[in-house]
Design a binder for this molecule. Structure first.
Ligand code: SF4
Length: 274
């Protein structure tokens, strides 16, 4: 399923999704020929994740960033140089500045966003923050991380996306609608499955529930090389549900292909979450 759909087909089980992920990777490896210094990009608008810092004042027990390797301490000049080099080969990139907590260094966030605006086609730039320092609210689109351990106020980040991680047991329409209706200050919502390096089976009922709910209008559904997402509207608000399957990504044989770029805190550039 290497294209976006405007509906969600019936999903029998997670093996179906995994099968589609493998098919998507094979399709891209056979189809993509352009080469860069990093290999063959498998997506035109490649996602660049700039992990600005490992530092974070919070301590969420499920923190994926802390569980997975991030290289080195923050080196601002090396990050800027790495971003410039990446954008030269990927002017259509989408950039996410993340951490740790980027708003610990608001001036550096501003520099990175300015650099992105000047050195690329400025497709899209977002900042993942747990809301530590609201001064960054107007630098780029804000994905505001909220959970029971971190509770920033969406009203301090006008137009932000309320982003939260849910276990598969919590990933129900009832819960999603409850969160959406009780946070009117958020511009949109992003619900992410709690993933893990070892977890390789997921409940698929949310996808079928989305398609079958009369109050919900599904806009897009897509299964990529290691992810599945749907976007939809409910009650006048836009939302997205995403599952990034880290186990699948590690299983994938990317050969010389890559589906995302990581810039680590010390400026090291990696691909496929390496
Ligand atoms: S706020 Fe984000 S980076 Fe900080 S501990 Fe929580 S999940 Fe990790």
């Amino acid at each position: 399923m290497s294209r976006k759909l405007s509906f969600i087909p019936p999903i029998p089980d997670y093996a179906y999704i995994r099968n589609q992920m493998e098919g998507d990777l094979q399709y891209r490896l056979e189809d993509r020929v352009r080469k860069t210094s990093l290999g063959r990009p498998l997506y035109e608008r490649i996602n660049v994740q700039l992990i600005m810092t490992q530092e974070c004042p919070y301590h969420c027990p499920f923190c994926l960033e802390r569980k997975n390797p991030m290289v080195g301490i923050i080196d601002k000049e090396a990050q800027k140089n790495a971003l410039m080099a990446v954008l030269k080969e990927h002017p259509n990139a989408r950039l996410t500045i993340t951490g740790g907590e980027p708003s610990l260094y608001p001036e550096h966030v501003k520099d990175l966003v300015t650099l992105f605006q000047e050195r690329s086609h400025h497709v899209f730039v977002a900042i993942n923050t747990a809301g530590y320092n609201p001064v960054i609210h107007d630098l780029a689109h804000i994905n505001l991380s909220i959970n029971e351990h971190v509770k920033p106020d969406p009203a301090l980040f006008p137009g932000c996306t309320y982003q939260t991680v849910l276990t598969e047991e919590e990933m129900t329409l009832e819960n999603i609608k409850r969160i959406m209706s009780s946070n009117p200050a958020a511009g949109s919502f992003s619900f992410r499955f709690l993933s893990g390096l070892e977890k390789h089976d997921y409940d698929v009922s949310i996808w079928n529930a989305l398609e079958n709910d009369d109050e919900i209008q599904v806009s897009t559904f897509r299964i990529g090389d290691f992810f599945v997402y749907a976007t939809f509207d409910w009650n006048g608000k836009h939302a997205r549900i995403t599952l990034g399957d880290m186990y699948q990504q590690r299983q994938n044989d990317y050969q010389d292909g890559y589906s995302n770029i990581i810039i680590h805190p010390d400026g090291k550039v990696g691909v496929n979450w390496q």
